[in-house]
Design a protein around this ligand. Sequence first.
Ligand code: BES
Ligand code: MN
Ligand code: ZN
Length: 500
Amino acid sequence: MKITFANPEIPKTGVVVVGILDGLKLGGSAKALDKQMSGGLVRAMKASRFRGSNGHSLALLVPGGTKLDRILLVGLGKPSSIDASAMQHLGGELYGALSTKGHATVQVLVDPIEKCKMHPDEMAAEIAFGARLRSYRFDKYRTKEKAEAKPSLKNLNIICKSSAKARAAFGPKNKVADGVFFTRDLVSEPANVLYPETLAKQARSLTKLGVKVEVLSEVQMRKLGMGALLGVGQGSVRESKMVIMQWNGKKGKGKKESPVAFVGKGVTFDTGGISIKPSGGMEDMKWDMGGSGVVIGLMKALAGRKANANVVGVVGLVENMPSGSAQRPGDIVTSMSGQTIEVLNTDAEGRLVLADALWYTKGRFKPKFMVDLATLTGAIIVSLGNEKAGLFSNDDKLSEQLREAGEAVGESVWRMPMGDSYDKMINCDVADMKNISGGRGAGSITAAQFLKRFVDKTPWAHLDIAGVTWSNKTTSIVPKGGSAFGVRLLDRLIADNYEK
Ligand code: BES
Ligand code: MN
Ligand code: ZN
């Protein structure tokens, strides 16, 4: 879909979208249309009990007195409730309402609103961002979809005062959407297509945006002593990889500043290994690389909008398969940190991958902080459902920054407890630790305690995104499927705290 911006003018033909404030207050464009319709616009609203409430809409077909095909009235609510996220949702909803109706072009009229903190150009940029986010589709494998089912909407033109400012404000947001789409693509690909080598190749494509990309082979990881990660991948015919991405975008005095780091779990398919999973629903485990997908998409977003920050992204890529060469329950592996791990359950593999990825990142880059993302535990879905990601951290400031960024973009995180009494639960008689507690409770917390043993004193946060990486229902700006939860959150974390 092409998104354009233009200065005010009421379109004569086609489809227009107009906002209506709560209590049927009309802006300039709505008034002009109502006049053309000899009062028909207001009559239509009254005839259908449309009040202009937030989230409500009303479609008028071939409105009399005009040559338009359709007017979509969208409720704006009260001026005080209009903010960036409300406008993104509006953009997403209008895309959802109009994308398959047969129209190729839609014009959105954005008027100035009294007592509203947003200018029309800002509103326009957010509407565009929301519409773009909603427009994502993963349809590359659908060869027989009927034309009527495919989106007809090709051009979205947003009409507002200072349209040049709107266009400029949309620029970086559009780059963030590019990152989100990249993550959604990666998460949606099946595991026969996307495996460590091909995922690494996708990450390599960021080179053209100015990201420095390195890919470690199994031989190189063996030399580095990454026995925990390599143990997970040893049952697969696909070679394990680690990808290191660097965006050095910091300008001026801080040019050489130590980076912030993001680390992702990239299990391209998780069968569970020898501790094999039940077959029902196992197909979901194609998105067990969701954490790595977010890190790669985030790097794309940051490089795309040329973020003024030094950022490192590291992803550990493995396929967890049962086979004659697979890791067995009871195997003891030595991680890069030197700490030994008894692998009591080969299905608790994500933490083994992250153990080496975190240790490597910390040692090589000495980052200001590390945030890891992982579809780590089913238990976090029991705790938080599909609404929020679990946040585990050794640092209150970082936790608060993550919480705030999450609320700002609508990707909510909830801090979970950690502590010595949980840490003890992974102590082990025959090695430095075991990879599961063996008990029934606190599965997400003991997993986080495990990770904490590989971060030392570095400020660190772990986001358990198992419940939010894939969405079974379409919401205003997230179509069902891969959500890319985390990309907008972490982009915001950096924008608000590390680009000043
Ligand atoms: N990838 C899974 C966690 C998961 C479950 C993600 C459901 C998304 C949806 C992870 O590797 C796993 O298998 N965890 C086990 C840990 C257990 C063996 C301690 C789990 O959650 O059951
Ligand atoms: Mn697993
Ligand atoms: Zn897993």
